[in-house]
Write a protein that binds this ligand. Structure first.
Ligand SMILES: *[C@@H]1O[C@H](CO)[C@@H](O)[C@H](O)[C@H]1NC(C)=O
Ligand SMILES: CC(=O)N[C@H]1CO[C@H](CO)[C@@H](O)[C@@H]1O
Length: 296
């Protein structure tokens, strides 16, 4: 036994744990853009069938802000991604993001058409505050529950903002989203989001100003400008698979069609989606978030 190593490991462990725990007393500080991160991305792309967005497209805080819901939803191409970041400027964290499609909007730079992340959950407060501050990404906290069984990966997500508590103090008891990824065919393909440029899809995220709110963990920063960011994802280990999007009973209040905060229940999470949906897994991916262009 090499005893002097034990305190060293203990000290290192507490530093790492402090970074990624929302109950940590380490202050939330600015980690300025650009960011380069590592992780595994699970991605499902879909073509929205309706030009009408459901209430659940936005978190309760953001849906109350006129500028957040600004513009005309055009659809085009939509995306749900679940990402397990193993490395980031603020430590490891998990994320679920919803990008419903393109919006035509009249921003500070005139009329434009861009995609937008409308709702997103992360597992710790440091990335929550920084994502909101740096890029207007409307992050809120959630608990992520992962299970691996017979080669299938299941994730369940329990948000802090679907309980009706304005301070977003703790995770919901029922999952707002769940998915299982199986199959993993053709592992080892190269993939990069530059492919979207070739296809003529503009991947710049144009995010409206964010409302600020008081909360238990002080993670809900607001901004008063627009932010346009170019995200990137690249790997040499992409594989193809199937998502099972069956939500079961979901988080609906008994005898009603919505949860406590008014999010609609769809059997496969989103209007128009089928239960089994093709998707991609990007292992050992490098994810980049550019320095944003600030408007207004
Ligand atoms: C993509 O959208 C951004 C933000 O509106 C814009 O600045 C950029 O010129 C667009 N790119 C292309 C190739 O049209
Ligand atoms: C009190 C509280 O909500 N703690 C959460 C902090 O983040 C972890 C990781 O996601 C959750 O498991 C905790 O529930």
């Amino acid at each position: 036994m090499n005893l002097p190593l034990v305190p060293l490991f203990a000290a290192l462990w507490s530093v790492c744990a402090a970074q990624s725990d929302n109950d940590s007393t380490a202050p939330i500080v600015l980690a300025p853009p650009p960011w380069t991160l590592k992780g595994t991305v699970y991605s499902a792309t879909f073509v929205p069938l309706s030009k009408k967005l459901p209430t659940k497209a936005y978190s309760p805080l953001e849906r109350g802000s006129a500028v957040q819901t600004e513009g005309e939803f055009l659809g085009g191409i939509g995306m749900v991604q679940i990402i397990r970041y193993t490395e980031s400027p603020v430590g490891p964290y998990d994320e679920l993001l919803l990008l419903p499609g393109f919006f035509k909007y009249d921003g500070p730079t005139g009329e434009r058409t861009n995609v937008r992340i409308t709702r997103i959950y992360v597992s710790q407060k440091y990335t929550c505050w920084n994502g909101r501050t740096n890029w207007n990404i409307p992050k809120h906290l959630a608990r992520f529950d992962w299970t691996e069984k017979n080669g299938a990966t299941t994730v369940k997500i329990y948000p802090h903002d679907t309980t009706g508590d304005p301070l977003e103090s703790k995770p919901a008891e029922k999952p707002w989203f769940k998915a299982t990824f199986t199959l993993d065919l053709l592992g080892g393909l190269p993939f990069t989001t530059d492919l979207y440029d070739i296809l003529g899809v503009n991947t710049t995220l144009a995010q409206p100003p964010l409302p600020h709110a008081e909360s238990k963990y002080h993670e809900l920063a607001g901004t008063n400008h627009w932010a346009a960011t170019v995200p990137g994802q690249a790997t040499n280990k992409a594989s193809i698979g199937i998502f099972d999007l069956d939500q079961g009973e979901g988080d609906v209040v008994e005898g009603q069609t919505t949860n406590v905060v008014g999010d609609e229940h769809y059997p496969n999470f989103w209007p128009g989606l089928l239960r089994f949906h093709p998707g991609m897994k990007l292992e050992d991916a490098t994810i980049t978030f550019s320095e944003p262009e600030i408007w207004g």
